[in-house]
Design a protein. Sequence first.
Length: 275
Amino acid sequence: MLINGENRPGTAQIGGLQEVEAIMDILKFYDITHREHVICNPTNEEKLTRLVELLRLPPRAQVVDIACGKGEFLIRLAEAYDVRGTGVDLSPFHLADAAKRLQARAPRAAIALQAMNGADFKPAAPHSLELASCIGASWIFGGHDQTLEALNGMVRPGGWVIAGEPYWRQEPTAEYLAACGCAREDFGSHATNAEAGERRGMVLVHTFVSSRDDWDRYEGLQWYAAAAYARAHPDDPDVPELAERMAKAKAAYLRWGREALGWAIYLFRTRARGE
Ligand SMILES: C[S@@+](CC[C@H](N)C(=O)[O-])C[C@H]1O[C@@H](n2cnc3c(N)ncnc32)[C@H](O)[C@@H]1O
């Protein structure tokens, strides 16, 4: 996973031109390294299928997926339940991909894809949605706790809050923290990620925890995609930087990240009135 500040698209503020250019640069890197992914997080297809099955949404439920990426989760919700709603992302590359895939698989779905900072999304009214999710981009709200707080505020009593978040499987070494550019405090444990929702009165009903195999797929596809891009675009002046960043990320994953970092999707139900 691209976890350091430099690689987190959402950490940059959209302000002056320079900052926009910096964001485009990061978004280009992310686009190139995720060309082979449909699910842009370490969850596998089977777990995503099971997550969608368990939601049992009423037809035409209103949903939002913040940082929807290529829209796979949202498209599956549209296919299974004919949901209405919004996918929000900052990447024009991912949104273009999402729009193409939505058109091919659920052309009549009432889903709007919006290019915007997820932190600025507000539903028509607080506590009005059936489901709000943010899978793999909690920096948008300033961390896992704040993400749950924000999503909880969007969802009606008895609705779904879904967050995908890394966690420490073991204490990270100083070397790993330096290599990935993150701090020990950036992530909690699997238990504290779960407790963060329960502290807000939500009920944790399931977790989808990624295996090493799932992680290897997620990371390996990035190496593959970056190498394929470099071969196909030898004249792109960004290729040396792409190769250098990828080499560092690969070494950090193989040396430490594979043991130290976990990933799960946390499925919370908000309490129905009177519950
Ligand atoms: C790890 S990917 C996850 C994508 C998708 N949720 C999935 O699981 O396939 C992170 C996504 O967050 C998006 N993103 C980053 N910062 C954002 C922001 N401030 N607002 C909206 N989207 C953002 C990126 O463009 C990228 O698509």
